[in-house]
Design a protein around this ligand. Structure first.
Ligand code: G4P
Length: 537
């Protein structure tokens, strides 16, 4: 279904950055991120049935404009960002890739959000991928709201879960919504602040559909709604929870010292509304963004934005792509000419797209915190800054040292041009890092997780009609090299010609066989810097 929504539908009651909540959901696969995303869209009115897009007024012009672009350029974009509004707040929910390989794409997406929701499976607690993503959030001072999912199933005891979050993540926890029984005893959830009891008319197995306001956990109303053995236990737990943990402190949350914890069930809709309310009330609005000329305030008048993701066209007959841009300041209007800082050229943004659930439409405007897509022919790269004329650059989007290196072998050597194009395109998208040894002619690719290699081969086959295979190489990683002076750098390169390559921006990279060799090089060339990440651009 392809229902276009009116750009006017996104005009919030109050405009400006204070009304924006730009966030991501982080979790280990299977914890329930997809289900929760869908339920948040549902709660936000972006869809009216799971999976169905609700048309909130239709603007035919926007629809036909978009369809023309889509047809003439063959763009197909998956929902990397989902925008929806509720009660004057615009929510921009950024999707992070679901697979368990740590991906650069995820990291970059997290540079574009102001807060995150961490989904934890009640039966499993904090899992590996959750922890990794949490660490990235911590590095970037991104505050976290925790949603403990699947309380309708047998799981760990809530106190055990809270203690695990507290000790593993070194964060204070503030329980906000508590489960009333879990697993076979599950009877609903209780909002500790408001006293609302969330339950189902269908009792034990139904979806959330009823709110019963109470005067607190001791309210007798609960006795009629919850089995006796469950309510007694719940009262004891809730009392302990309120007394034993920190009270919610919005400032401590925003500074990343405390995480509010909501127990619920995404599948059965319990506590999703409460979660969204906490995001609306407490999650930070757009924060100042770091640049090489100091922080850029979201309230600054001049428009500024950066590209955090590029998605290549899925249609092999076209080479267009969509750059995902996060605005950091100003009031952007469709048709504006922005300065593309890397090239110094003016770029007219005539077809900015915003994403509404699974659909998209042209947007007329954007504020700090908003994320739009800009179709382009490869001008825009990850890390690029757009401004209204100024020449600063946003910083902090790193490219990582790959952990898996392979040499690319072509099945048909006549297709070398297609391979080059494919590697350039997919490197631009951030799927892979590409290195060209200064000696030798085969490309070497580097990825952070091995799954990326499968994706790479299958996309090159599908989109560029080129078969490739991978050969192992003796290198285990790559380090970007630099030195205070050109001569030192040249001496290093000459001493290591067989192990130096250039990245796609012609920057020299050292390919060590192992950490011993890396340390050896460090010792012998103390003034050479071996960087594990490099800032993009
Ligand atoms: P992910 O995106 O984090 O990988 O997780 P996803 O939402 O796909 O959920 C993973 C599984 O957990 C799904 O079951 C989903 O239905 C289930 N799930 C999510 N939230 C809840 C919840 O609150 N309670 C219960 N009991 N289950 C939940 P599946 O069997 O893998 O898929 P499906 O056949 O249900 O689609």
């Amino acid at each position: 279904m392809n229902v276009m929504t009116s750009p006017a539908a996104r005009a919030p009651v109050v405009q400006g950055p204070a009304t924006r909540r730009t966030f991501a959901i982080i979790s280990h696969p299977d914890a329930g991120k997809t289900t929760l995303t869908e339920k948040l869209l549902l709660a936000g009115g972006a869809i009216n049935m799971a999976g169905a897009v609700k048309a909130r007024g239709e603007n035919r012009r926007a629809r036909s404009d978009w369809m023309e672009i889509e047809q003439s350029r063959g763009i197909s974009v998956t929902s990397s960002v989902m925008t929806f509004e509720r009660e004057g707040i615009t929510f921009n929910l950024l999707d992070t890739p679901g697979h368990s390989d740590f991906s650069e794409d995820t990291y970059r997406t997290l540079t574009a959000v102001d807060s995150a929701i961490m989904v934890v499976d009640a039966a499993k607690g904090i899992e590996a991928q959750t922890l990794k993503l949490f660490e990235i959030c911590r590095l970037r001072d991104i505050p976290i709201i925790t949603f403990v999912n699947k309380v309708d199933r047998e799981g760990k005891n809530p106190f055990e879960l809270l203690d695990e979050i507290e000790s593993t993540l070194a964060l204070s926890v503030a329980p906000m919504v508590w489960p009333v029984g879990m697993g076979s005893d599950f009877a609903g959830c209780f909002d500790l602040a408001s006293g609302d009891f969330l339950h189902s008319k269908a009792r034990a197995h139904g979806p959330f559909d009823t709110v019963t306001p109470t005067n607190g956990v001791l309210d007798a109303k609960l006795d009629g709604l919850v089995p006796e053995h469950v309510v007694g236990h719940f009262r004891d737990e809730a009392q302990l929870a309120t007394e034993g943990y920190a009270a919610f402190d919005a400032e401590a949350y925003r500074q990343g010292h405390l995480t509010p914890v909501v127990f619920g069930s995404a599948l059965r809709d319990f506590s999703v509304d409460q979660l969204l309310k906490i995001v609306a009330a407490h999650a930070p609005s757009p924060r100042p963004q770091p640049s090489d000329k100091g922080e850029v305030e979201p309230t600054s008048k001049a428009v500024s934005a950066f590209v955090f993701k590029v998605q290549a066209n899925m249609d092999p007959n076209h080479r267009d792509r969509v750059a995902f841009v996060r605005f950091c300041s100003g009031h952007f209007k469709r048709g504006m000419k922005l300065n593309h800082v890397r090239s110094g050229k003016a770029l007219a943004i005539n077809n900015p797209i915003y994403f509404f659930a699974q659909e998209r439409a042209l947007t007329e405007e954007a504020f700090a915190g908003d994320v739009i897509g800009i179709p382009n022919h490869g001008t825009l790269r990850v890390g690029d800054t757009l401004t209204e004329g100024e020449s600063f650059r946003f910083t902090g989007l790193p490219s990582f040292a790959p952990e898996v290196m392979r040499r690319v072998r072509l099945a048909d050597t006549m297709r070398v041009k297609q391979l080059r194009q494919a590697l350039e395109d997919l490197a631009e998208e951030g799927l892979v890092q590409v290195f060209r040894p200064i000696f030798g002619s085969n490309w070497i690719v580097g990825v952070v997780g091995p799954l990326q290699l499968d994706v790479l081969a299958s996309r090159i086959r599908g989109e560029y009609k080129t078969e490739i295979s991978f050969e192992s190489v003796p290198y285990t990683t790559a380090r970007w090299i630099s030195a205070p002076d050109e001569k030192t750098l040249q001496t290093f390169i000459e001493a290591n010609t067989m192990q130096v390559a250039r990245d796609r921006d012609e920057r020299p990279v050292f390919l060590p066989k192992d950490s011993w060799e890396l340390n050896y090089a460090r010792k012998h060339f103390p003034s050479v810097e071996f960087a594990e990440t490099r800032e993009l651009v």
